[in-house]
Ligand binder design. Sequence first.
Ligand SMILES: Nc1nc2c(ncn2[C@@H]2O[C@H](COP(=O)(O)OP(=O)(O)OP(=O)(O)O)[C@@H](O)[C@H]2O)c(=O)[nH]1
Ligand SMILES: [Mg+2]
Length: 202
Amino acid sequence: MEIKKAIYQTSITDKNKILNDDIAEFAFVGRSNVGKSSLINLIVNQKALAKTSSTPGKTKMINYFFINDNFRLVDLPGYGFAKTGKSHQDIWAGLIGDYLLNAQNLLMIFLLLDGRHLPSQLDKQMIEFLLFNNLPFKIIITKSDKLSKSKLNENINSIAKTLNLRKEIFITSSSYSRQGRQSILDLISFKLEEFYGKEDKN
Ligand SMILES: Nc1nc2c(ncn2[C@@H]2O[C@H](COP(=O)(O)OP(=O)(O)OP(=O)(O)O)[C@@H](O)[C@H]2O)c(=O)[nH]1
Ligand SMILES: [Mg+2]
């Protein structure tokens, strides 16, 4: 699939404004600063469609981007950013949880984990939440450029072990080296075909 067009659609902070139409969506979740907005920019081949920052807590709203007049990428606020003052159990009761449970045509949730760190308690809670609610998700290991190949491999093994998941199901990415872009696009494309049928608008 080629990205021919990617435009900002809208931002919301109110669960009653969650878009509710028949357009397929793919969402990006993960702790603050893990690289959600950067990954969206990588996918759409634009430097600053989604706003990024080295200071955690940049994305505060749910931002919708409309791609190829066909589907949406949804940039969610990060969790685990201390200054939001949210306690751990608030997270699923807040906007992220509301979105994940109420989005109509959410075909895949990309859960991002920083390749340098073991999953946090909140990451584990997020995975439990996704499993409990039967929501489709794919784990993306981010910032692979920050580690040597062997260190990255070692970390991916530890992350998989901690989560009790097979590392083969992870996609490794870097918004700097562009690693992972094609695998993510292939997955999106596959899901869109399933959803709209072979004769989709692309
Ligand atoms: N080296 C490297 N840095 C990255 C990568 N992806 C993101 N970053 C950097 O990490 C910081 C955070 O990136 P964002 O994309 O804003 O992260 P986010 O997950 O959207 O953060 P919030 O909006 O705060 O939740 C920025 O300084 C990015 O330049 C990557 O693949 N490699
Ligand atoms: Mg962001």
